[in-house]
Design a protein around this ligand. Structure first.
Ligand code: FAD
Ligand code: SIN
Length: 526
């Protein structure tokens, strides 16, 4: 099958859905998603969306908080732009039907999270992501110009390479003509040709054995763009969320939102002692990199499996009212958060780096945009400020949409692209090759490329990953494609990028901490 469209959108989280809605009045949109439309990291977001609404908050404070958290690596222009454009995009979400909680005076009920100097997080209870995802999916399904393909898995973006021409990362004339996409119900690879393409495939938490991310987060878009010779950056900055519920065997790990610490909950070691003040004067509300590292350190020196989050001193009715899903979830494993301490551990949560884009979300490949967690805009620097990612995704979807609407007027669909060549491939004889390599990859990344790194650990990780890369590439060449195989290949690609970029950074900064260079280098700081 060959399909043609003006706008090809890969991914149906907040970035893909909002871009689709913004361009749909200007041309035909094809929206593809590898599972059902609603399944995404977006759906699981809890804390909310950061944006300046009322005094005493102001743009300057949100900008400063973002810059401090980013530890000297943020792009100032981007930070200014996102913070200033955020309120308009909050209004856009509300127009699309998203409901944010309000207090009894009708004002937004603003939450607070680590690194924020003010209450500025708009939220819907403790399931903000579900509220956003459900509202946007409903809108997208109603739009007559949006054609939806669920259970379709993007395999490669199409460039001149597929016409037999040489493409290099240094070339500035590489063009994207669409994507090859695997129909997961028939195992056929189809050609989707487009004038412009948006990668909105989200993050890569499944590289690690403990993650808050659902199974869809396998770095597909980043790996595809890397293979297509696009520029990828800042991959070493993997954010570990300090507080995921310690519940062995559960995957993904259930998140205990940082907003609960903003509400007054306190971190304690197993013997009931507070410890965060030892590490940072902001205590439990220090930025995430500091809190996650402090927990990791306490667990290592004490030999414990988890620390506790204590919310028992808080008003129990208000706690239940603000965090109803967390209350129910914990109760289901016999933890009443109004009476019992909650066991928590850090978990891989967010990727700050990704596909390098400009202020309009345009990647280094022409006609190819990226938005959301798959992209690297410069907003987060070396560490993302809590609740700054949903807002980044929608601000950039808006900017990319405006740019793409103009671009399609001057672009023709390339009709000379060959169909996918599956000649000589067969179904793999044993799936165990894939599942075993998947587990090994997660162990390598968790043990050697986690919260604390070192030269030796990174080198080990690189060698081990090379072995499973070779095996996986051999299997890929001779196999009829499957989702598991493609995801494993993508994750290994992304793992390499993380290790390589971590090896190249000879300092500790933000989320990247290495025992060999425990201090920041001489890059300018705030
Ligand atoms: P996603 O929402 O992850 O969507 C990616 C989409 O791409 C999915 O539809 C997926 O199926 C599809 N896809 C992926 N690969 C392919 C492929 N090969 N082919 C076809 N489709 C593909 N951020 C905040 O700002 N505030 C919060 O409170 C917050 N809480 C969070 C809580 C949790 C538990 C988690 C996991 C994250 C949280 N985050 C939060 C981060 C935030 O949710 C994500 O960064 C954001 O939702 C990413 O949106 P996205 O549109 O880029 O990607
Ligand atoms: C949380 O609710 O703690 C997650 C917020 C985020 O990842 O931005």
């Amino acid at each position: 099958m060959i399909k043609e469209t003006d706008f090809l959108v890969i991914g149906s989280g907040i970035a893909g859905l909002s871009f689709a809605l913004k361009v749909a009045d200007y041309g035909k949109v094809i929206l593809i998603s590898k599972t059902t439309l609603d399944e995404s990291n977006t759906k699981y977001a809890q804390g909310g969306v950061a944006a300046v609404t009322y005094e005493p908050d102001n743009f300057h404070k949100h900008i400063q908080d973002t810059l401090i958290c980013g530890d000297g690596f943020c792009n100032h222009e981007v930070v200014e732009m996102v913070v200033r454009e955020a309120p308009a995009q909050i209004n856009q979400l509300i127009e699309w039907g998203v409901q944010f909680d309000r207090n009894n005076t009708g004002k937004f009920d603003l939450g607070r999270e680590g690194g924020h100097s003010e209450h500025r997080i708009l939220h819907h209870k403790d399931n903000t992501g579900e509220e956003i995802e459900t509202s946007l999916v409903k809108k997208v399904r109603q739009h007559k110009n949006i054609e939806i393909y669920e259970q379709y898995f993007a395999v490669e973006v199409i460039t001149q390479h597929h016409l037999g021409k040489l493409v290099k990362r240094s070339y500035t004339d590489t063009e994207c003509y669409g994507a090859y996409v695997l129909d997961l119900k028939t195992d056929q690879v189809h050609t989707f040709l487009s004038k412009v393409t948006l990668i909105a495939t989200g993050g890569t938490g499944n590289l690690y054995d403990t993650t808050t991310n659902p199974p869809i987060a396998t770095g597909d878009g980043i790996a595809m763009v890397y293979r297509a010779k696009g520029i990828i950056e800042n991959m070493e900055f993997i954010q570990f969320h300090p507080t995921s519920l310690y519940n062995p065997g559960e995957r993904p790990s259930f998140l205990i939102t940082e907003a609960m610490r903003g509400f007054g909950a306190i971190l304690k070691t197993a013997d009931g002692k507070e410890f965060m003040q030892k590490y940072d004067r902001r205590g439990c509300l220090a930025p995430r990199d500091i809190v996650a590292r402090a927990i990791d350190h306490e667990l290592k020196i004490r030999g414990d499996d988890f620390v506790y989050l204590d919310a028992t001193h808080l008003d129990s009715e208000k706690l239940k009212e603000h965090f109803p899903n967390i209350y129910e979830k914990c109760l289901s494993i016999n933890i009443d958060i109004t009476k019992n301490l909650i066991p928590v551990v850090p978990a891989a949560h967010y990727l700050c780096g990704g596909i390098k884009v400009d202020l309009n979300g345009q990647s280094s490949i022409n006609h190819l945009y990226a938005a959301g967690e798959a992209s690297s805009t410069g907003l987060h620097g070396a560490n993302r400020l809590a609740s700054n990612s949903l807002i980044e995704a929608i601000v950039y979807a808006d900017r990319a949409a405006k740019d793409a609407i103009q671009k399609i007027k001057h672009v023709e669909i390339n009709k000379t692209i060959p169909e996918w060549d599956a000649h000589g491939t067969t179904y793999p004889e044993e799936m165990i090759m894939i599942t075993q390599n998947y587990k090994e990859m997660q162990q390598i990344m968790s043990n050697y490329v986690g919260i604390v790194r070192s030269n030796l650990r990174l080198e080990r990780a690189m060698h081990r990953l090379e072995i499973i890369l070779t095996e996986t590439e051999e299997l890929y060449k001779k196999s009829i494609l499957s989702q598991k195989l493609c995801e494993l290949r993508n994750l290994i690609n992304v793992g390499f990028l993380i290790i390589k970029m971590a090896q190249d950074l000879h300092e500790s900064r933000g989320l990247h901490y290495t025992l060999d260079y425990p201090k920041k280098g001489n890059v300018s700081e705030f």
